[in-house]
Design a protein around this ligand. Structure first.
Ligand SMILES: Cc1cc2nc3c(=O)[nH]c(=O)nc-3n(C[C@H](O)[C@H](O)[C@H](O)COP(=O)(O)O)c2cc1C
Length: 354
C-alpha cells in the first residue's frame, strides 16, 4: 500500500500538512535546523528538550530556546522535568512563546537527565508521568504531546501500559521511539511495538527511529498505522533526505546547493547563538553536510580548524562560488525578524510576575 506523505493530519485542531515530523535533537534542533526542515517537507518541527527548571529560574540561555520564527509553524517545543507544577508553568511559558504544541520528554536516556527523575525514568513511574501530563494539559489550551521510548530495559513493553494512560491524562498525540533507554541508539527500533501502541489509543501516533528513506517511511506507515514518521539523525546535514521521503525526489544536491544550505545554516545559527557559542556548536555540522562524498575529506578537516564561523563561510564561498546566488534567494525568503515573538515582549505574567 502506497501512503501519501503529502497528506495533512491533525493533532486535535492543529493541522500538520505532511506526514513527516522533524525530530527534537539536543544540540541539533536549533531554529535554522527547524526552518530548513520545513522548507524540505517536514510538516511539524520540534525544539530540542528544554529544561523546565531552567525556565522556572528564567535562565537566559534556556529562555532563548523559546524563540519562535514566523515560518516555523506548526512547531512543538519540548520540555523535560519531573515536577508536575513546574512542568505546568513551563508549559504556559511555551504556549505564550507561540508554540502550537507543548511536547514532554519521557524518552531521554542520558544520565544527567534521568538522575533528576526526568526523561525516560518517568516510564517507570507512570503515576507521576500522568500527573505531569494532566497538569500540563490543564495549564494550556494548545495540545500536549508526549515523546517516549519503549521502556527502560531491553525488551520492555512499558510504553504499551503507559501510553494509553497518558492519553487518558490528556496527551493529544504520542511519539514512540521503540528502543529501550538502555539501548541508547544501538540495535534497531522495533516498530512492531509502534503498531501495537496504535491499536491501543485513539490519538495519532508518530513513529520515530531509523527512518532514513522513503521506502522505510512507507513501510512503517503502512505496517503500523502511525499518522506520521519522525526523522532525526537522517536529516543531520542532509535536508535532502526529507525531500526524498516526502516527495520521492532522490536527486543528489549539487556542491553549490550543499554549500549554500550550510552557509545559511551557519549565518542563522550565529544570529541565534552568538558568534562564540555558534563556532563550537557548528563544527559537527561540517562533517554532516560535507561528507557523503560531497566534498573531499581534507576540506572538512580544514573547516573544523578555522577559528570563526565567518572564516568558514568565506572558505565555502571560495570552494563553491555558485552558492552565492542560492544563499541570496534563500535569505530573501526568510521572514522578517520583527515577526518573531521576542521574549521581552511577552506579558509579564508568564514570568510569574504579580
Ligand atoms: C543527538 C541527538 C539528540 C537527541 N535529543 C532528543 C531530545 O532532545 N528530545 C527527544 O525527545 N529526543 C531526542 N533524541 C531522539 C530523537 O528525537 C529520535 O527519537 C531518535 O534519534 C531516533 O530517531 P532517528 O533514528 O531518526 O534518529 C535525540 C537524538 C539524537 C541523535
Amino acid at each position: 500500500m502506497q501512503v501519501n506523505l503529502r497528506e495533512s493530519w491533525w493533532i486535535r485542531d492543529v493541522e500538520i500538512p505532511t506526514r513527516l515530523v522533524l525530530a527534537p535533537m539536543a544540540g541539533v534542533s536549533v531554529q535554522a535546523f527547524r526552518r530548513q526542515g520545513r522548507r524540505y517537507g517536514a510538516g511539524l518541527v520540534c525544539s530540542e528538550m528544554v529544561s523546565c527548571a531552567g525556565l522556572e529560574h528564567r535562565n537566559e540561555r534556556t529562555l532563548g530556546y523559546l524563540r519562535v520564527g514566523a515560518d516555523e509553524h506548526p512547531l512543538a517545543i519540548q520540555i523535560f522535568g519531573a515536577e508536575p507544577a513546574v512542568m505546568a508553568e513551563a508549559a504556559r511559558m511555551v504556549e505564550a512563546a507561540g508554540a502550537d504544541l507543548v511536547d514532554v520528554n519521557f524518552g531521554c536516556p542520558v544520565r544527567k537527565v534521568t538522575k533528576t527523575g526526568a526523561g525516560a525514568t518517568l516510564l517507570d513511574d507512570p503515576d507521576r508521568a500522568c500527573r505531569i501530563v494532566e497538569a500540563m494539559a490543564e495549564a494550556v489550551i494548545v495540545p500536549v504531546s508526549v515523546k517516549m521510548r519503549r521502556g527502560l530495559e531491553n525488551g520492555s513493553r512499558t510504553c504499551l501500559d503507559v501510553g494509553p494512560r497518558l492519553v487518558e491524562a490528556g496527551a493529544s498525540t504520542l511519539t514512540l521511539h521503540p528502543r529501550s533507554a538502555k539501548q541508547m541508539y544501538t540495535g534497531e527500533a522495533d516498530h512492531a511495538l509502534t503498531a501495537e501502541l496504535v491499536s491501543l489509543v485513539d490519538v495519532p501516533v508518530v513513529a520515530s527511529g531509523d527512518i532514513t528513506s522513503r521506502a522505510r517511511a512507507q513501510a512503517v506507515l503502512a505496517t503500523t498505522g502511525a499518522a506520521a514518521v519522525m526523522v532525526g539523525r537522517g536529516a543531520q546535514g542532509n535536508p535532502w533526505t526529507l525531500r526524498e521521503i516526502v516527495d520521492g525526489d532522490s536527486a543528489e544536491p549539487t556542491r553549490e546547493e550543499v554549500a549554500a544550505e550550510l552557509i545559511l545554516f551557519i549565518r542563522e545559527t550565529v544570529r541565534e547563538l552568538g558568534q562564540r557559542r555558534a563556532s563550537g556548536f557548528l563544527k559537527k555540522f561540517y562533517g554532516w553536510y560535507l561528507g557523503r562524498g560531497r566534498f573531499p575529506r581534507p576540506f572538512k578537516q580544514e573547516l573544523v580548524q578555522l577559528e570563526s564561523a565567518d572564516e568558514v563561510v568565506r572558505r565555502l564561498f571560495a570552494a563553491a562560488p555558485g552558492a552565492a546566488e542560492i544563499v541570496e534567494r534563500l535569505e530573501a525568503e526568510l521572514p522578517d525578524p520583527a515577526d518573531e515573538i521576542l521574549l521581552d515582549q511577552m506579558p509579564i505574567s508568564i514570568y510569574g510576575g504579580g
